[in-house]
Design a protein around this ligand. Sequence first.
Ligand SMILES: Cc1ncc(COP(=O)(O)O)c(C=O)c1O
Length: 307
Amino acid sequence: MEYELSDFGKRFAGKIGIAELMDDLGSALSADPAPLMLGGGNPAHVPEIQEIVRQRMVRILDQPGEFERLIGNYDTPQGSAPFLDALTNLFNREYGWGISPENIALTNGSQNAFLSLFNLFAGRFEGSPKKQIMLPLTPEYIGYNEVGMESDFFQSRKPHIEHLDNSFFKYRIDFDTLSIGKEVGALCLSRPTNPTGNVVTDEEVERLRTLTRSAGVPLILDNAYGAPFPNIIQAEITPVWDENIVLCLSLSKFGLPTLRTGIVIARKEIIRLVSRMTSVFSLAPGSLGPALALELVQKRRYYAGKP
Ligand SMILES: Cc1ncc(COP(=O)(O)O)c(C=O)c1O
């Protein structure tokens, strides 16, 4: 006998792109020899990073009581306080954003942050029509697709394709087709993007900032591969944040994907909501990722070229 599934349950019973991708990637890695992953999924194992993280783990183990505290106490739903302080200092020193720890929340991976954020800004609204998340440039990260808890959750725009020399081309946002109607609750884009590696330019981001600000909706920037860490990015770009931007970062592509640490930087009201959602979904974010990355962030040892 099969149990009858709720509408919510049925959402997860059908085809889910990100589930298939994660299954495929996991199975491929169990092959011997494992293939070299040049596409999505697990980041490269960089021996130098792994050694630094290992040394930090050894120091935690050697310090009396530190390991026990780390594995034995939940953090608050907002996440590890020393890590929030270290991130605040980092972004203020590096970019002068003037944020405080109340502007940052940790999540169990940035995938979880998108679940919270997208459903905060799109879906049903009491007394007014449904709203959608707009993806202003496709192709876009497959993992967003099933995150909406309502049907018909997204609208997206095709790129303007600029043809360059030697058969190269660049995806650009087609601003001619981009108007933010009342049915849009937020815009989201990954920068650099998965799967194409395209990096939306500073000028395009500036135009999006102006458009979202005048439409009164947040601009969600997915910085899973961007600066200052993991900095898997060839283009010269300026990381930006203001009260209308929700910036999402992750420790995954830095080399700690299994520790599930996402970072959201946003205005304080949004951070409070994201933290409360974390408390409902999973009580608290994991503590190990923040503990292992703490000294790297404090000492700003997160990418080549920085002391
Ligand atoms: C563009 C992008 N955003 C977000 C994520 C989610 O990463 P995590 O949940 O490990 O932080 C990924 C993972 O591949 C990604 O490619």
